[in-house]
Design a protein around this ligand. Structure first.
Ligand code: NAI
Length: 336
């Protein structure tokens, strides 16, 4: 079986090769072609001869790309991620293209990274580290607050939200508020109180963390009105999908001090930035550039998932999706 794999970096190849050789020790059945390039209408042709393609979060899987892949003979798309907002599922269904994903690789990886953003922002570790290296041991400007006893609002209490809540609630001693159309009994068991509306959660939380998927309902869920309804000086964390937060509105709220801190691992326009080294080029995104100027904004480039454990699980599940498709015509974890 031939698989063309888009948007790969050396670390992806290392873990996928390990999984491929575990499934096919002779190396005769699965033929993987690794590409640096992302998948879009210009690069889709490189999948010629493949029965399946493997794509990542910022690859483009809209109707024209899916149609092109289908014309080339591709019958399966396997995503190396949990989210599938980048796929036109109606077009895939119309074409009879199967889509598989990795529903869970390590919710701990993303939850722990979210906590790292929070602790770094609150205790200004990024600034303290730079100061100490310069021989500046002054504490002015580094004042934080105890997380113990503070209220943390979790929007989306699925697998990652639950892991995050466990660290902050039972771990740090925070009060937990939750918002989710499907409350999670494990979160209730750890003392989370579900609220009826986003407004109620925002008004009561010192820290708000977003762990919901990107859907038409959650696009710009945190917009100017939502930020105005937050506690003044509260910290907002987004490790879900960039477009859940209106970045322009966040800039306005940061300028007035309404938003006390912003920790992002995702950004609405990250497709033209993340996962590559652009350090020698002029930054073209003025909103992103403005965000970087705030001392109380911390941004990482979509690395929440980036642990050895998660990469290994992603590679194993990708192999399992391929094997299941060959046996049954369906990936093990189909979308939808
Ligand atoms: P999940 O499916 O286990 O949980 C998502 C939860 O959000 C569900 O309980 C769902 O009911 C809830 N939800 C849906 N719509 C909502 C709304 N309008 N308001 C509040 N809650 C809502 O997903 P999981 O695995 O916990 O992932 C959460 C998100 O994290 C993913 O959708 C993905 O976008 C993001 N993610 C980010 C990664 C990173 O590297 N930064 C890696 C993996 C996932």
């Amino acid at each position: 079986m031939n698989l063309t794999i888009f948007s790969t970096r050396p670390y992806d190849r290392e873990f996928l090769e390990r999984a491929r050789l575990a499934a096919d020790p002779g190396g005769t059945h699965y033929h993987f072609t690794y590409l640096d390039a992302g998948l879009d209408l210009n690069t889709a042709a490189t999948a010629a001869g493949a029965q399946a393609v493997c794509a990542f979060v910022n690859d483009r899987l809209d109707a024209p790309v899916l149609e092109r892949l289908h014309q080339l003979g591709v019958r399966l798309v396997v995503l190396r991620c949990a989210g599938f907002n980048q796929v036109d599922l109606a077009a895939a269904a119309r074409l009879g293209l199967q889509v598989g994903r990795v529903p869970e690789y390590s919710p701990h990886a993303v939850a722990e990274h979210t906590v790292a953003l929070l602790l770094t922002l609150n205790r200004k570790i990024h600034r303290a580290h730079a100061r100490v290296r310069e021989g500046n041991f002054a504490l002015d400007g580094l004042l934080g607050f105890d997380l113990h006893g503070r209220t943390v609002g979790v929007v989306g209490t699925g697998k990652i939200g639950e892991c995050f809540a466990r660290i902050l609630g039972p771990g740090f001693g925070c009060r937990l508020l939750g918002l989710d159309p499907q409350p999670n009994p494990a979160c209730e068991a750890m003392g989370m109180r579900y609220v009826a509306s986003l407004a109620e959660l925002l008004a009561a939380s010192d820290v708000v963390s977003l762990h919901c998927p990107l859907t038409p309902q959650t696009k710009h869920l945190i917009d100017a009105a939502a930020m105005a309804g937050m506690k003044r000086g509260a910290v907002l964390l987004n490790t879900s999908r960039g477009a859940v937060v209106d970045a322009g509105a966040a800039i306005a709220a940061l300028k007035t001090g309404q938003l006390g801190g912003l920790g992002l691992d995702v950004y609405e326009e990250e497709g033209s930035l993340f996962f590559r080294d652009l350090s020698a080029e002029a930054l073209q995104d003025d909103v992103f550039a403005r965000l970087l100027t705030f001392p109380n904004v911390l941004i990482t480039g979509h690395q929440g998932f980036f642990t050895a454990d998660a990469l290994s699980a992603i590679a194993d599940t990708t192999m399992a999706n391929l094997q299941s498709f060959e046996r049954t015509g369906r990936p093990l974890h189909p979308v939808p």
